[in-house]
Write a protein that binds this ligand. Structure first.
Ligand SMILES: O=C(O)CCC(=O)C(=O)O
Length: 261
């Protein structure tokens, strides 16, 4: 199966609506021009992950403007679409950092509310509620476990996803340039320790004064980097093979030696 990761530049001079339309065009191209089965977008790309001051104003219901545009783009292209995350306004509760996954017919089949909120005592950590559920989705021949950005620092989440059947992880992010080395190191660590693919899709550009790391990365179950972006807007296209997960786990069966659960 083939995946495209679109590292989007979040530029404050582009309106949220223009960005939605522009990204929908990029999604539509992935099937026809690149043969993708799955397309992945970054965390909070409509607003920017650090644009805290716009979170309340730009928050949207699950089936809001990003849903409308992305559902149609997935259906037009006929691809699985992990549409990154949005600031979700739950009518009954707080805001959430919520990822949306669409099937090739445009149906929203999974949502994932980011479990580990970033910011310590400010930003997302105080403005948003924490998700509580581990989420996996079977798509195009692989079972994907979902995480978001700061989640990458918490190995127990990914181990839990492996226990739930994950063979690959999708991690949308808005990771800052200042900690770029952590991003690529942690992506490789999560792949090696879980013998799983990691598809980590970040953002480019600078928003709310925070330069983004870029360097979206795809790592195979042995820890080899299959593709890595630079700092500008870029699309990575990679082929993933479910048999590679099985063979890695068979030939080096470290997961079977776990003692603590
Ligand atoms: O953990 C980090 O260094 C960055 C995390 C982050 O930026 C986020 O979760 O939004």
């Amino acid at each position: 199966m083939r995946a495209s990761l679109i590292q989007i530049a979040v530029d404050p001079d582009e309106s949220v609506n223009s960005r939605r339309q522009r990204v929908a065009l990029l999604v539509r191209e992935q099937r026809e021009q690149r043969g993708a089965d799955l397309v992945v977008l970054p965390e909070l790309w409509p607003t920017g992950a650090f644009a805290y001051e716009s979170f309340v104003e730009e928050a949207e219901p699950l089936e809001g403007p990003t849903y409308d545009v992305m559902s149609k783009a997935a259906a037009d292209a006929g691809v699985w679409l992990h549409a990154g995350s949005i600031v979700e306004r739950d009518p009954e509760g707080p805001l959430y950092n919520t990822s949306l996954v669409f099937a090739p017919d445009g149906e929203l089949v999974r949502t994932y509310r980011k479990i580990h909120r970033f910011g310590f005592d400010k930003g997302e950590a105080v403005m948003m509620g924490a998700g509580e559920e581990l989420v996996t989705v079977a798509a195009a021949g692989l079972t994907f476990g979902l995480g978001t950005c700061y989640d990458l620092r918490f190995p127990e989440l990914f181990r839990g996803l492996v226990d739930a059947g994950a063979q690959a992880f999708v991690v949308p992010a808005g990771w800052p340039a200042r900690r770029r080395e952590h991003w690529t190191l942690l992506a490789r660590a999560r792949a090696v320790e879980n013998q799983a693919y990691v598809l980590a899709c970040g953002t480019a550009g600078t928003h709310a004064g925070v330069e983004q790391a870029g360097h979206s990365i795809v790592v195979d179950p042995w820890g080899e980097v299959l593709a890595e972006a630079g700092v500008a807007e870029e699309t990575l296209v990679v082929d993933l093979d479910p048999a590679k997960v099985a063979s890695t786990r068979e030939q080096f069966p470290a997961l079977k030696d776990r003692r603590l659960r």
